[in-house]
Ligand binder design. Structure first.
Ligand code: GDD
Length: 402
């Protein structure tokens, strides 16, 4: 038997995701029409002998209750939300719930960050781990040298794949091979975390003051576990050859939505919309997800990379390109939305334009409307972020509307 744990963090962690994370926890924000954590959860479902999935975080239980019960029913696998009273760090949180996680005596525990987007080759990681031995195997990927410094950089033995050296977000370049935030461990991971705790408790060792700038009961997987265990024949790497992105900003979520939509072409083509503008169906271009409850005017033109959530109404002549439209939005006649995310219950007026450059790396490269924003008729909102409940009756450009 194996179990999977997804680290979902908590409300203090998702602040870069504002204004979308004001009322919805970041892990539940839809990408390609499904909550962010739905993608790793469906990947877990494909592992043979998976007994349970745990979500560990410090959000209120009520925030996850609905999702957890509906996904458990859908997948026929128990998915449980376990709430920490406060953050314990990525390894501390795992350790905090060790008895629950090990209840059914699984041989292996998968550990996944909630905010990464990839095809989650979990069975491949597990099979590789069984060949390598040791405590754990982590998914790694090569990125550009400039991008690497935002992640854990590592050196692996090219033949044995052993993790030889690991540095979390180093100031000087170590390697362009980075940690993807997806791991499999044996139960020995708990012994390794226990050891860190006992070093911290051992006041004579100076461990706490010398190497740590975090509270004494806070244990980070990367700095406190991976770094010291590197080069000891305990940790191994599995190289990801498929897509991978980290999802720290709303702009990145638009990119990841497109990656998941194009993955649907292979894995779930039935989720993608089609239509050529005839037979009272709108013209669909490229990869588009449309929830079945959406009311779409047949003269609208949609795609590529568009996902439209439940109960959205799209009027005649509307044009949507590279955007995420969240639940209960209304887009009125001849409005245009490009490179944008439109928050729940927002309304876009007739002949209005909501757009941006589409450069994900720029702060205002994506226009984001928070929940219940009203854009009145004939208003242009360009490269801007608009907080919830605002009404815009004049055009704005490269602005943050508080
Ligand atoms: N439950 C819980 N409690 N979750 C936590 C806590 C905690 O105290 N702290 C972090 N997390 C969750 C986050 O929500 C995220 O899913 C994951 O643990 C890792 O978060 P961080 O520890 O903040 O690290 P990071 O995301 O900046 O970087 C990590 O992931 C990168 C890949 O995306 C590192 O492991 C990097 O090396 C790695 O490249």
């Amino acid at each position: 038997k194996v179990v999977a744990v997804i680290m979902v963090g908590g409300p203090t962690k998702g602040t870069r995701f504002r204004p979308l994370s004001f009322n919805t926890p970041k892990p539940l924000i839809p990408l390609a029409g499904q909550p962010m954590i739905h993608h790793p959860i469906s990947a877990c479902k494909k592992i043979s002998n998976l007994a349970q999935i745990f979500l560990i975080g410090f959000y209120d239980e009520r925030e996850f209750a609905l999702y957890v019960s509906s996904i458990s029913n859908e997948l026929k696998i128990p998915v449980r939300y376990l709430k920490e009273d406060r953050p314990h760090g990525s390894a501390g949180a795992l350790y905090y719930f060790r008895d629950r996680i090990m209840e059914e005596k699984p041989s292996h525990v998968f550990l996944l960050n909630c905010d990464v987007c990839c095809s989650f080759p979990l069975q491949g990681i597990l099979d590789a781990h069984r060949r390598y031995g040791g405590i754990g195997t982590m998914l790694v990927i090569k990125v550009s040298a400039e991008a690497a410094s935002q992640f854990g950089e590592l050196i692996a033995d090219p033949d044995t794949k052993e993790l030889l050296h690991y540095t979390e977000k180093p100031e000087t370049f170590v390697s362009d091979l980075i940690n993807c935030g997806v791991y499999v461990f044996t139960s020995d991971i708990f012994k390794a975390i226990e050891e860190v705790y006992s070093q911290i408790r051992d006041t004579s060792s100076n461990y706490q003051s010398a190497t740590r700038s975090v509270p004494a009961d806070f244990v980070r997987l990367d700095q406190d576990i991976l770094s010291p265990l590197a080069g000891k024949k305990q940790l191994y790497t599995y190289e990801n050859k498929d897509f991978w992105e980290q999802i720290k900003t709303p702009g990145k979520s638009l990119k990841c939505s497109s990656l998941y939509l194009s993955q649907f072409r292979q894995t779930s083509p039935h989720l993608l919309a089609s239509g050529d503008g005839t037979n009272r169906k709108p013209m669909i271009i490229g990869d588009v997800y449309i929830h079945p409850s959406v009311k779409l005017h047949p003269t609208a033109k949609i795609g590529p990379n568009v996902s439209i959530s439940a109960n959205v109404r799209v009027g005649p002549g509307v044009r949507l390109i590279n955007c995420i439209i969240l639940d209960d939005v209304e887009i009125k006649d001849n409005a245009v939305v490009i490179n944008s995310i439109i928050g729940w219950k927002s309304s876009i007026g007739r002949w209005s334009r909501v757009q941006a450059s589409g450069d994900y790396s720029e702060r205002l490269g994506i226009t984001i409307l928070g929940e219940a924003v009203t854009v009145e008729d004939e208003v242009a909102v360009i490269g801007s972020i608009v907080l919830q409940n605002k009404t815009l009756n004049v055009s704005v450009q490269e602005d943050i509307i508080l």
